[in-house]
Design a protein around this ligand. Structure first.
Ligand code: NAP
Length: 299
């Protein structure tokens, strides 16, 4: 039997793995097909992780992974479908049919991109509609793009694209931004960035590829690419029957990572919290691992 099964290999999951391994626990990290260390791999530049200013997100994630591998942490490809409590621990049912038995679970599955749900969004996904400027921005060199959203992701995306594209429209439904004021200032200083505020997209049109973003006031923006950055949806479908979730679907827990279920801990963006950043994910992972260790010692 394992001591800790960690679901997810983003910064929270890897930090939990490092702390668990160093506490001499028998730990396994379950991850979906690997293509970089969680959401952070999509960040062109991370400028607020202490000690590593300006580091590329993918590179930072790889450093986390190398650290875990160096300590001998083991990884398994798989997707947890549901969790079952039983005397002595948890059974983790994987989509493949395999069942892992473990004393504790640390759930660090993160969150995925929210969709706008407007006409054309699905049809043009991958044909001009993208949810990752770092991944797809280079395809729009010298072209016209729009970024939707007013959080840090949208602002960072707009800044990144402003160095590549001829024109960047930043479309946000309010006049105040949720994201960093300093990035807003940098964007205001860019000649090729146009703020389109108090405005919502209504549909996306084109032929083979995106050609226009239609706005609710009837205006059209001629664009080749649309980057949608309107927040995240927590990955909690597989846990909704075993732990308490808040009204937005996040797993309810304080910084100890203790959930409503004994032996089931949570870390990272999928937890209820005020600040979702790499640094808080890493800190969550450490806390959840220590909580799991205490729980196992008391068993
Ligand atoms: P977010 O902070 O939740 O912002 C989502 C934005 O999308 C908000 O401005 C929201 O508008 C807008 N929005 C939501 N639904 C919409 C809809 N249906 N139509 C139009 N607009 C809609 O999400 P995020 O930017 O992805 O950031 C998530 C977390 O990661 C945050 O804590 C953020 O600070 C962090 N992050 C940090 C960095 C960094 O530090 N470099 C980079 C990326 C992300 P309203 O404002 O009107 O609600």
């Amino acid at each position: 039997m394992l001591d800790v099964v960690i679901i997810g290999s983003g910064p929270a999951g890897l930090s939990a793995a490092v702390y668990s391994k160093r506490a001499n626990l028998n730990v396994l990290v379950v991850e979906k097909v690997y293509f970089g260390t969680g959401q952070i791999a999509e960040s062109h530049q991370v400028d607020n992780y202490l000690g590593l200013p300006g580091i590329n997100g993918y590179e930072l994630g790889e450093k986390f992974r190398e650290h875990a591998l160096k300590l001998g942490v083991e990884f398994k490809d798989g997707e947890a479908e549901h969790f079952e409590i039983y005397e002595g621990g948890w059974k983790v049912h994987l989509q493949s049919g395999e069942i892992l038995e473990t004393r504790t679970v640390i759930y660090a599955a993160g969150a995925i991109h929210r969709h706008l749900g407007i006409a054309g969004e699905q049809e043009y996904a991958g044909k001009g509609v993208s949810y990752c400027a770092t991944c797809d921005g280079a395809f729009y060199r010298g072209r016209r793009t729009a970024v939707i959203g007013g959080g840090d992701t949208a602002l960072d995306d707009a800044l990144f694209l402003s160095d590549i594209c001829s024109k960047v429209y930043l479309v946000h439904r309010r006049t105040e931004f949720r994201g960093s004021a300093s990035t807003v200032e940098m964007l205001r200083a860019k000649e090729n960035v146009e703020f389109v505020l108090e405005e919502k997209p209504s549909s996306i049109m084109g032929t083979d590829m995106v050609e226009k973003l239609l706005l609710e006031d009837g205006r059209n923006l001629d664009v080749d690419g649309i980057f949608i950055a309107v927040g995240m949806v927590p990955m909690t479908t597989s846990v909704k029957d075993v732990v308490e979730l808040d009204q937005n679907g996040y797993i309810v827990a304080d910084e100890t990572g203790k959930t409503s279920a004994d032996g089931f801990f949570v870390a990272g963006d999928v937890r209820t919290k005020g600040l979702r950043q790499v640094v808080t994910a890493v800190s969550d992972g450490a806390n959840a691992a220590v909580s799991a260790e205490h729980y196992i010692r008391q068993m």
